[in-house]
Design a protein around this ligand. Structure first.
Ligand code: NDP
Ligand code: BG6
Length: 484
């Protein structure tokens, strides 16, 4: 069965998540202020503002309710910020009325991240908007999106708490969206969690992992738990190995300074790929309630046994250190393949191979589930290869988009960030990482990361545009993967 086909069958579940049908069901109304902190930055212009624009264009942000604020230290005017963003709003919309109306919703406030004045000015701007829009029976909602380096999260959260939380006595809320990387290891993540946890409750904190907003990742649970075809197959009796692969055909490109501090394991594997692993491997949740789903994800993470050195291959592409922001002696991996093993009844003995790399030969993200050989295979001599079920998360989303779009009568497939921002407005935390989940994720990788940081584990050089180090393919083979 092609990945697109189960979409067709499961339109009902998708409906819950799909924009078109849910338009009328946003539970709260009233004044909504979306505040993008770090508005001058890369993520804000490439992802956050374009996602907000698409939500606006599709009718999810009502003109008479919403106002968007940008905040950062850079001293620019409202119009300068609007000009910076304009070119990143979906192509084909240039000069459209939607674009100019959307841009007029944005106001910019400049200030530092650790001083009261800036946040007082921000609060004043938000309050003015609320006063002008609120009727007495409505509540006010404030969504703070931290498009900032994690080093400033604690001070920014403190400022928000002290000066900018919602004042409405009539309900409403204040929510905080934080980007990855959330910490660098178990200790730093826990410290960050405690610092933010002292200021905001867990239901107010949305730890975003944009892979959880991708169309096919969101539908993994449908595939697994609403499909009689897969239910009996999804276990160690039938599955030989699972690969979750992320490849990019470009290097760190302008992000070398950030990347070198983190490396591919913290940038991709500890979050994006591990979240996918959870959805592939978890047991059936009691219900689709966010807490029930997250409970099951935590259990899988806690069942992962320590990673063995001999089941890890690290790589660094040649030329990575030419970036002036990367130290000449950098030991940071830009590629990693590793085997995770889950100690439970369903998965004992089944390797979960996580592989991620920059500057490889292609750009794609796949889940590849390889089934055991057919007993008494009469086609063996014809080298038919293994049964393998592949779910392509990208870049063929466009193709799946096409198929799904036709099959579901023109429903618009949202981008990951659009979905996730809408979830934060609705207060749905299902696709966000809970604190205990994050802790369990760091527990898996911290020992290995510390060895890499201490220079005890060195990456192997590989050519840009290649498959990565040959040793990684050898590891795959040892783990049981058969090239199909
Ligand atoms: P930027 O480096 O562009 O930083 C965003 C803004 O933060 C800058 O415009 C700057 O604004 C301010 N800033 C930068 N460095 C510092 C600093 N050391 N101290 C205080 N303020 C600083 O980052 P991105 O936009 O790329 O990323 C923001 C967050 O999103 C990060 O956590 C990143 O890891 C995460 N992320 C980014 C992705 C991307 O594609 N860019 C993808 C996924 C996650 P000003 O100087 O005007 O105050
Ligand atoms: C980000 C990483 O989280 O995800 C980047 O920091 C990476 O290094 C990006 O390029 C990939 O996202 P996507 O959605 O293009 O696969």
């Amino acid at each position: 069965m092609a990945a697109g086909e189960w979409h067709r069958e499961k339109g009902d579940y998708l409906k819950n998540e799909s924009f078109a049908e849910d338009k009328g069901n946003v539970p709260e109304t009233g004044c909504l202020s979306i505040i993008v902190l770090g508005a001058s930055g890369d993520l804000a212009k490439k992802k956050t503002f374009p996602a907000l624009f698409n939500l606006y264009r599709q009718g999810f942000l009502q003109l008479n309710e919403v106002h968007i604020f940008g905040y950062a230290r850079t001293k620019i005017s409202d119009d300068e910020l609007r000009n910076r963003i304009q070119g990143y709003l979906s192509s084909g919309n240039e000069g459209s009325e939607d674009v100019s109306k959307f841009l007029q919703l944005i106001k910019y406030v400049s200030g530092s991240y650790d001083a009261a004045e800036g946040f007082q000015a921000l609060d004043k701007a938000i309050s003015e908007h609320e006063t002008s829009r609120n009727s007495s029976e409505e509540s006010s909602r404030r969504l703070f999106y931290l498009a900032l380096p994690p080093s400033v999260y604690p001070q920014v959260c403190k400022m928000i708490k002290n000066y900018c939380t919602t004042k409405s006595d009539l309900g409403g809320w204040t929510r905080i969206v934080v980007e990855k990387p959330f910490g660098k290891d178990l200790a730093s993540a826990e410290e960050l969690s405690s610092q933010i946890g002292e200021l905001f409750n867990e239901p107010q904190i949305y730890r975003i992992d944009h892979y959880l907003g991708k169309e096919l990742v969101q539908n993994l649970l449908v595939l697994r738990f609403a499909n009689r075809f897969f239910l009996p197959l999804w276990n160690r009796d039938n599955i030989d190995n699972v690969q979750i692969v992320f490849r990019e055909d470009f290097g760190t490109e302008g992000r070398g300074g950030y990347f070198d501090e983190y490396g591919i394991i913290r940038d991709i594997i500890q979050n994006h790929l591990l979240q996918v692993l959870c959805l592939v491997a978890m047991e059936k949740p009691v219900s689709l309630k966010p807490e029930h789903i997250r409970d099951e994800k935590v259990k899988v993470l806690q069942s992962v046994v320590p990673i063995k050195d001999e089941e890890v291959v690290l790589g660094q592409y040649e030329g990575y250190r030419d970036d002036p922001t990367v130290p000449d002696n950098s030991n940071t991996p830009t590629f990693a393949t590793m085997v995770l093993r889950i100690h439970n009844e369903r998965w004992e003995g089944v390797p979960f191979i996580l592989k991620a790399g920059k500057a490889l030969n292609s750009r794609k993200a796949d889940i590849r589930v390889q089934f055991k050989d057919v007993p008494g295979d009469i086609f063996k001599s014809q080298k038919q290869g293994r049964n393998e079920f592949v779910i392509r998360l990208q870049p063929s989303e466009a193709i799946l988009h096409e198929a799904y779009g036709q099959a579901t009568w023109g429903v618009v497939i949202p981008e990951a960030y659009e979905r996730l921002i809408l979830d934060t407005i609705r207060g749905d935390q299902q696709h966000f990482v809970r604190r205990d989940e994050l802790k369990a994720a760091w527990e898996i990788f911290t020992p290995l990361l510390h060895r890499i940081d201490n220079g005890e584990f060195k990456p192997i050089a590989y050519k840009p545009g290649s498959r990565g180090p040959a040793e990684a393919d050898e590891l795959l083979e040892k783990a049981g993967y058969v090239q199909t």
